[in-house]
Structure formats: C-alpha cells, structure tokens
Ligand binder design. Structure first.
Ligand code: NAP
Length: 348
C-alpha cells in the first residue's frame, strides 16, 4: 500500500511523511543511506500516530534523536524513522524535568545557569535528553544515573505512558533496562534531582589538572563546565570537519586476574576497579600496546588525539567503519585476548 503523504492528527493538525530520506545528514558520523520514510514527532499524539501508521504499513521503526551514537548502513534503513522533536524544560518542585527531544547540552547549560549541581561534568556531550538514560551517558566520573529521579516512557505495544524510577531503569556502565530491551519503549521525559549545594567532582586526572591548587574551595559550576568543554575540544573531533559518534567501543571491564596479567605486561595501563570487575583504558591499549593510533580503512580512521574514537572523512562509508572496527577487534583479541564491543548503535 502506498504511504499517505500526511498523517491526520485530528483538530486540523497533520504530520508530514517524508519519503526516501537519506540519513547521513541526521547522524554525527555523516554516514547512512535512505530510510523508507521519516516523520517528525513534536507531541505524544504525533508519536502514537507514527507508530500506528508503521504498524498498519508493517514498517520497522527507528527512533532518532541527535543521531550521535549510531552508524547507519550504506544501504539505509528499511523502515520508518521517527525523529523525536518533543521539547521543553521545566522545574517541577525539586526536579529539573526535560523533554526527550531537547539537546542534552542545553539541559546541562540550563542546570549550570540555575546553580544546580550534578550534571555539569556531562557538558558538551552531543545528542538528546531522550538518549541519555538509554545508555546511561557518563563522563569524568559522573553518570546520568547519579542524579536521575525518573524516566517517563511510551510503551510502544500498549501506547501507555509509564514512569520508571531510577532503580527500575537498572542502570549499568553505559547500559540500562531500555538498552537491553530495544524498540519496546520511547523515552518522553527525564527528571533530575540536582543539588543547590556545591558538589564538585574533579577526581578524573584531566579535570584535576585543569584546576590549580588555588582554585580548590572556590570551584563553581561555570568553571567546571568551561573546563570540561575545554578538555573535550582538545580530545574530541570537530564535527564541522569530520564525522564521528564519539567513543566507538566500550572500555572493557575484565576479571581481576586478567587485569593483573595485563598490568604485568603493561605496567602503565590505566585501570580502575568497579563493582563488576576492572575497567581498563581501551584508548591506552590501542595506542601503546597495539600501536593502532591513526590506523585507517577507506575514509574511516582511529582518531590520533583519542584512539577510542573512530572518525570518518566526508564521503566515508559505513562499510569502511565496520571493516576498521573488525580489524581493531581482531587485533585486540589476538594480542591481549579481550573481546571488545561496540558502544555505537549499529543500524544494519
Ligand atoms: P579518559 O578520561 O582517558 O578515561 C579512559 C578510561 O579510564 C575510561 O574507561 C574511564 O572510565 C577511565 N577512568 C579515567 N579516570 C578514571 C577515574 N579517576 N576513575 C575511574 N575511571 C577512570 O577517557 P576519554 O576517552 O578521554 O573520555 C573522557 C570521558 O568522557 C570519560 O569519562 C569517557 O567515558 C567519557 N565518554 C563518554 C561517552 C559516552 O557516554 N557515550 C563517549 C565518549 C567519552 P569512564 O569511561 O567510566 O569514565
């Protein structure tokens, strides 16, 4: 059946259906072929109507926020893309509540302006608020789970709106219940319990070195935000020049015996104990143990300034990125016996 070009939404509103939409411009990698169609959801009703149409047309659905953590196949996506454009940030009692389509960094900026502590270390992360709890974004010793109060979601199967408490989200390292159950829920709103009391977290080396001893005791929110943005500007690629989805792989969490074996071989390998094992720096291994910094396949390469990041020149293909990633995975397996995993969502 041919798709209608507009979905009627009642009360004289309708939503456009764009057909054969190339996804490359909607991702920070700048890679990806066409989707069958795309709709832009600005309200909960839009979202429900989009899912109803996809069901009727038997189309798969891909939810798209900022497109900052995905690699889309060169062949594109054989289904409907629902671009989440619901917006708004409000104070609800002690909570700062943001709607899913808001840019994540805009929320951080707002919290900093309002003197609210808790997400300032997450400054400068691309993507939307809705994507943040799915992979429990984290940086410089702070994760979304540390201050998240609740997440409101649309359950796709029933069309019902549900609220998940922090515990119900079952967060882990770059992980959540939603990530483990893809396509079942769409994040609508996220609430944060932030603090008016100063709580600077500068445990990470990069942040410690950004401040001198005379700063201690007078560190405020704008200072932290500025420091994080400064560190990121030096380490992360400039998206106006090259495409990327940030860290391409997860930092591996391995058994303590394995970590001890690695440290005996590489005494300078940064390692950190966590509840689930020892987290080791993949960037360090790829650079110092395997010498892979700058390795390239076609238009994709391992970023020189931070070799856990894959960058793609304009015109690079998803196939280049995948071939590069496979080569890196094989080398890591062969040389240090670790199975590494993609952090970037693979749309294939
Ligand atoms: P980095 O600061 O060089 O750190 C490399 C590794 O060491 C990471 O696994 C990091 O853990 C760990 N680490 C460093 N200092 C630590 C400490 N004091 N305590 C515990 N663990 C420590 O990493 P980077 O690549 O330059 O990235 C900077 C930050 O941005 C990191 O926190 C990184 O995870 C984060 N980042 C997050 C995303 C994302 O959420 N998708 C994407 C890109 C970068 P953690 O990974 O737990 O921090």
């Amino acid at each position: 059946m041919e798709l209608a070009l507009r979905i009627p939404l009642g009360a004289q509103r309708e939503m456009d259906i764009e057909k054969n939409v190339f996804l490359a411009p909607f991702t920070t990698f700048g890679i990806g072929g066409p989707a069958v169609c795309m709709v832009r959801a600005k309200t909960l009703d839009d979202m429900r109507a989009a899912f109803a149409l996809a069901k009727e047309q038997k189309l798969k659905v891909l939810m798209l926020g900022g497109g900052s953590n995905m690699l889309v196949a060169d062949e594109g996506f054989d289904g409907m893309v629902v671009k989440i454009e619901l917006q708004g940030i409000t104070r609800e009692g002690d909570l700062l509540v943001a709607v899913a389509g808001e840019p994540w960094d805009g929320l951080v900026q707002r919290a900093v302006q309002e003197g609210l502590w808790g997400i300032e270390n997450l400054s400068g992360i691309p993507g939307t608020v809705g994507a943040a709890p799915i992979q429990n974004i984290g940086a410089y010793g702070t994760e979304v789970k540390d201050t998240l109060a609740w997440v409101e979601v649309l359950e796709v199967a029933s069309g019902a709106v549900q609220r998940f408490s922090n515990a119900e989200c079952r967060f882990g390292y770059r992980d959540s219940y939603f990530k483990r159950n893809p396509n079942q829920y769409v994040v609508l709103r996220v609430a944060f319990a932030l603090s008016e009391e100063a709580k600077p977290n500068i445990t990470y080396k990069d942040l410690q070195t950004a401040f001198s001893s005379k700063d201690i005791g007078r560190i405020n929110l704008p200072m932290i935000r500025e420091a994080v943005l400064g560190i990121r500007a030096k380490k992360f690629p400039d998206l106006s020049l090259e495409g990327t989805a940030g860290s391409y792989f997860l930092n591996p969490i391995i058994a303590p015996e394995e970590a001890a074996r690695l440290v005996a071989r590489y005494p300078e390998l940064p390692q950190f104990s966590t509840a689930n094992g020892v987290k080791v720096s993949l960037a360090w291994l790829l650079d110092h143990a395997l010498g892979l910094k700058g390795i390239a396949v076609g238009g994709a390469r391992l970023f020189e300034r931070q070799p856990i990041i894959v960058v793609a020149v304009r015109g690079a293909r998803a196939a280049d990125v995948r071939a590069l990633a496979q080569k890196i995975k094989d080398e890591v397996k062969e040389k240090v016996s670790i199975n590494i995993e993609e952090e970037v969502q693979q749309i294939f």
